[in-house]
Structure formats: structure tokens, C-alpha cells
Design a binder for this molecule. Sequence first.
Ligand SMILES: Nc1ncnc2c1ncn2[C@@H]1O[C@H](COP(=O)(O)OP(=O)(O)OP(=O)(O)O)[C@@H](O)[C@H]1O
Length: 244
Amino acid sequence: MSGIMNLSNLTVVRGGQTLLSGLSCACNAGEVVVVLGPNGAGKSSLLLAMAGLIPVAGTITLSGQLLSAYDRREICRQIAWQGDLPPTEFGLTVRQRLLLAAGEADQGIEATAATMDIALLLQRPLGELSSGERQRVELAALMLRDTPVWLLDEPTAHLDLKHQIRCIQMLKAQSANGRAIITVLHDLQQAMAIADHLILIDGKGAAEYGKAAELFDGNRLSQLFDAPVIARGSVLIPDYGEER
Ligand SMILES: Nc1ncnc2c1ncn2[C@@H]1O[C@H](COP(=O)(O)OP(=O)(O)OP(=O)(O)O)[C@@H](O)[C@H]1O
């Protein structure tokens, strides 16, 4: 395999529990890998492993070198991370948060703020924003960092429908511009809209990697989530039962 990030025979153990074992995959520039699986399966743990933040068995390479051989600063130059909303201490405004992400050059801040629909929030303190507004700020901060790899843990969390769509469109555009994006998602439609490849983690220690077109299958996803997933035309949706 020859992606910008390659996992080979990866095993992740946490709290004495094997979350996944034997996972091999290639994450290529210009492609989106979506990680799906039930709560507690190990999706966030896999991203932490890919950022070099928790120990693993097997190998992870980044730009052709072992991840374990990089220092933290170089990993940060190559990988950007979006996880839970960070704390809002220090009284930073939105503009100051974005300046920190952009490395003090304010080039691109206005355009990025427009893309994430936060232009009117630039002077506001982060601590006064709603969760969805803060999530949009964090996505804008991500866009301002010039890293080839993005590791995203539920980037559409907290977002209303308009901004979920905007986020998914932004991820498509970023991947078309050459970023390698590995993202955890819970929404099947969002996953279908952007995934080139999928990593399915089943919560029992098994993980599977493959082309999205091959792994998006109602039976397979029903089994994965232990929940009914039905096909409506070419779209897979959760079965909530009869409509009222
Ligand atoms: N710091 C930790 N030490 C030990 N075990 C942990 C730690 N953090 C998480 N775990 C355990 O590892 C397992 C996987 O957690 P993880 O957060 O990776 O799941 P997830 O698939 O991202 O779940 P969710 O969909 O709920 O966000 C869980 O059983 C969790 O309890």
C-alpha cells in the first residue's frame, strides 16, 4: 500500500480490551476514509493511534516514514486534528483563535470564516458561543492549518442541517484539493456522500477496510450497528419503524 498514511497489521488495545486487530489500510491524498462503528467500538481510539497519541502494535507510516520516528512537532506539521470542542479559557475571540491556527498570518481568515458562516462572529469571545457556533470555528481553524492529513472525530457534531451540509461540502472540496481525510461519522447519509473507503470497527475486536461502494450494504451495516438499516432506492437509512 502506498498512501500518505499507511496502517499495517494494526492492533489497538485500551484498558486491557482489544479494540481492533489486524487492520491494514492506505489513506491517500485526495481521498476520504470514513470510520464507522457502534459507540465504544474504538473509532476515536483509532484516530488517537493514527496521531501517535496512544501505543499500538503493528506499523503506521506517514509520508513514507514510521510515525514512531517523528517528533511531536513534525507530526503536528503533517496532521491536523478535530475532536471534542476545546476549552474556552483565556478569553480568546474567534478571530484570535483563527489567528493562532493560521500561524499569526491573517491571510485567508475572512474567506474561511465566510465558508464556515462565522464572519459575523469574529469579534465574539469563544466562551459566549453556542456549541454549533464553536464547532464551526474549530472547522475554520482546521482549514487554516496547512497539513496534508486531517483526522476528524465527528466533524458534524453540534451542527444544524444547513451547517452539516456545508461541512460535508467543505470536506469534499478539501479532499478534492489533495488532503487525505480520515473521519469518524455517525450519519450514514453523510458517510455515503463523502467516503471513498470505509473502516468498519465492530466493537468486538474486528476491523474491516475496503472501498465504500463495496462495504455500503444494508445487511452489513445492520450487523455492524446491531440495528435495522434499510435500502430506499440506492440510499441506506435507519429503520425507525412506521411513520406516524
Ligand atoms: N483513556 C482510556 N483508558 C481506557 N479505556 C478507554 C479510554 N478511553 C476510552 N476507553 C475505552 O476504549 C473503548 C473505545 O473508546 P472510543 O472512545 O475509541 O470509542 P468510539 O468508537 O469512539 O465511541 P463513541 O462512538 O461512543 O464515540 C471504550 O470501551 C472506552 O471505554
